[in-house]
Design a protein around this ligand. Structure first.
Ligand SMILES: [Zn+2]
Length: 107
């Protein structure tokens, strides 16, 4: 698997996955910063088998706080077998969140 923005090879246990379970779509990234330009300039998702809502995702949008519905987008951080997922109501919400540095943003 390669980063969909820069093309670098991804280790199996070290990646970011952007998922749209309702449409069985996904994309992979080497780092959070590469989600932003990809969403703005490419936005070319891959069809995958059985994209499921990540178990570790909460019920609300991580950026806006609205309750997620079936069309939600999930961003999953895979790190050494640990999976941390955040859900989003829209691509704009993913963009705003990623631009701000995501879950580990430092002010
Ligand atoms: Zn990359």
């Amino acid at each position: 698997m390669n980063c969909d923005w820069c093309g670098i090879g991804l280790k199996q246990d070290e990646s970011w996955q952007l998922l749209q379970p309702s449409r069985n779509l996904g994309a992979s990234f080497c780092r959070l910063e590469h989600v932003v330009p990809w969403l703005m300039k490419k936005d070319d998702w891959h069809i995958r088998d059985q994209v499921e809502v990540p178990e570790s995702a909460g019920p609300d949008c991580a950026e806006t706080g609205v309750e997620l519905d079936g069309s939600a987008i999930y961003l999953v951080r895979d790190r050494r077998g640990m999976e941390v997922a955040d859900g989003f109501a829209s691509k704009d919400a993913v963009l705003a969140w990623a631009k701000a540095g995501g879950r580990w943003a430092s002010n």
